[in-house]
Write a protein that binds this ligand. Sequence first.
Ligand code: NDP
Ligand code: 13P
Length: 338
Amino acid sequence: MAEKIAVLGAGSWGSTLANMLVENGHDVKLWARNQAQVDQLNKEHINPEYMKNLVYSDKLVATTDMVAAVKGADVILIVIPTKGLRQVAGKLNTIIAELGQRPLIIHATKGLEQNTYKRPSQMIEEEIAPENRASIVVLSGPSHAEDVAIKDMTAVTAASADLAAAERVQRLFSNSYFRVYTNDDVIGAEFGAALKNIIAIGAGALQGLGYHDNARAALITRGLAEIRRLGVAFGANPMTFIGLSGVGDLVVTATSKNSRNWRAGYQLGQGQNLADVVANMGMVIEGVYTTKAAYELSRKRQVKMPITEALYDVLYNGKSIKTAIDQLMDRDLTSENE
Ligand SMILES: NC(=O)C1=CN([C@@H]2O[C@H](COP(=O)(O)OP(=O)(O)OC[C@H]3O[C@@H](n4cnc5c(N)ncnc54)[C@H](OP(=O)(O)O)[C@@H]3O)[C@@H](O)[C@H]2O)C=CC1
Ligand SMILES: O=C(CO)COP(=O)(O)O
């Protein structure tokens, strides 16, 4: 059944998902804050700052007016980086309260808030009053926008405490190349999504320094162990971490040149400095910020996250990557299951 959907955020992922939803037969309005970008999307059907090679459907309508985007929408998909999510959700709350709408909220944001360590769905719950919204569903999993844009085979997770809402999202997004599974573990899905970016930066750094396949496999596997430890400490189902939003997303992000996080790590490994890497990427590198939040959170909760701690020292304390790797390898020997 065709639905009216507003997509907030017209970067790589928001614009690609909006286009896919149009092609799935839905009535989609895409909100962005930049008028020039909106004009290009509406008139030339391109979004060159974010998705160089995608030609968007002429049925996709973009606007800088959030009220116009949201008016009449039964479903709102938020695809804003973690840093801007709270502000956009707060604005959305005011608008839907005034319009008297109570939409389903989906988000695809992957990170943890600085200082509060809140997950994206927690920020949304805090900013959008329960009377202004239906359920919240997390869309996550191994899904680079670049692959979805060329209709490559992709499988993701729709996680929600409300199974009917997750199943609705499954129907909205699924098509011949994009397969959506449901899951009831929002905490696990969001921790998996946020924390895999830290390990992806590390994997890129290893490759940038000239390490090979064994090193990458070790990092991914031990990275998954610490992702699971932190998630489980906050109530996640351990099984979620061997699913699409866990190991699935970790593998794609830690092995793909499409990943902004992997690329950032690679450039750091090659000797570039962090400020230049961030300034030149032109898109959000969530893992840079998540590393800080996860490091602080793990200290507070007393959860061992040695790789995250090592990367924190590299990104925020000027430690060399080589020293960080040597120190990781030099720790007391331990059991794999600790
Ligand atoms: N790219 C991908 O393949 C995937 C990304 N994700 C996740 O989706 C989220 C968004 O990523 P992605 O689309 O790739 O990011 P991009 O960097 O490509 O785009 C970010 C978009 O968000 C907008 N934006 C940023 N801050 C604000 C703000 N405060 N208010 C309004 N708009 C804002 C930007 O607008 P402007 O251009 O005006 O700055 C831009 O349209 C991230 O959490 C990411 O981890 C998840 C799965 C796949
Ligand atoms: O989350 C993603 C793929 O699932 C995108 O990862 P990057 O942000 O590293 O590009």
